[in-house]
Ligand binder design. Structure first.
Ligand SMILES: Cc1cc2nc3c(=O)[nH]c(=O)nc-3n(C[C@H](O)[C@H](O)[C@H](O)COP(=O)(O)O)c2cc1C
Length: 264
């Protein structure tokens, strides 16, 4: 599926059926984990087939609104050292894997576990468990019951996240269309982010896009969100035949962190 369509349709699933994911799909997912994990030495994926152990261990400590998200399986991403660059990598690679899992018609949800005490994480995930800050739950979403509340997460408008030359100066839709990137930035808004904070901002200047992150008291998580969105921009640019990579160069910039630039 085209990444722009994929993003507009994707949604976090928090209510899973008990059914396990069939063995052949799980094997496929494990291969994807290996493939993506091999490309980057600072990260390591691990797979927890028996999800009930993870769910019980994290009960009351992680999930959504204090309730653990029970899924048949989980995937964790371990980072070697906890710093901003590795948090960007965590978002980039865990979301890369996530999109491939969703492509297999399996539902997923990110779960933050950085607030869970070290001993609990070690008990559940093993000796290096304290280096695990994020998981994705995987399985099949249960059908919504008639009176279940609809969880919709509103998104910022394109003009609230994309600017011209400087944050705060509006960019015209015509200009984005001239560069062929209006669809890309309309779709990137649907990327998942921790508490739906959507900390990403972009500045178009000549043939470059500059990425910034809004500072909050949750920066360590926002860096992961930034990694997610950097991944999506690279993927969607491929649809207009641009295969470039972000040039990352973190800098403190007042209310923002400057993250890096992308050539269009
Ligand atoms: C880094 C990160 C951490 C997240 N942590 C959680 C979490 O702990 N629990 C949860 O229910 N959702 C979590 N999410 C999912 C977001 O809440 C969700 O993506 C956002 O609210 C937008 O909703 P949507 O994914 O349905 O479009 C996380 C997402 C990201 C990217």
């Amino acid at each position: 599926m085209l990444m722009t369509n994929f993003l507009q349709k994707r949604k976090s699933v928090r209510n899973f059926k008990n059914n396990v994911v069939p063995k052949d799909k799980l094997e496929n997912i494990k291969l994807l984990m290996e493939e993506i994990g091999e490309s980057e030495s600072d990260i390591k994926f691990s797979f927890y087939e028996n999800g009930s152990i993870v769910a019980k261990g994290l009960d009351g400590k992680a999930g959504y609104d204090g309730v653990m998200i029970n899924a048949p399986h989980y995937i964790a991403l371990e980072i070697k050292e906890d710093n901003a660059i590795n948090a960007l990598k965590c978002g980039y690679y865990l979301e890369k894997l996530n999109t491939k899992i969703v492509d297999l018609d399996v539902d997923t949800c990110w779960i933050t576990v950085d607030q869970v005490d070290r001993d609990t994480r070690k008990n559940i995930f093993g000796e290096d468990g304290e280096n695990i800050n994020f998981l994705i739950a995987i399985g099949y979403g249960a059908k919504k019951k008639l009176f279940d509340p609809e969880v919709t997460s509103p998104r910022l408008k394109v003009e609230e996240i994309v600017f011209k030359d400087k944050i705060g100066i509006p960019v015209s839709i015509e200009e984005l269309e001239n560069y062929g990137i209006f669809d890309i930035f309309s779709s990137v808004r649907y990327a998942p982010s921790h508490k739906n904070l959507q900390p990403w901002r972009f500045v178009l200047e000549g043939h470059k896009i500059y990425a910034y992150m809004v500072k909050t008291d949750e920066d360590s998580r926002s860096f992961v969100d930034m990694g997610v969105v950097l991944f999506y921009v690279e993927e969607m640019m491929k649809s207009i035949n641009i295969q470039n990579k972000w040039n990352i160069s973190l800098k403190d910039d007042g209310k923002y962190y400057y993250i890096g630039s992308y050539n269009i």
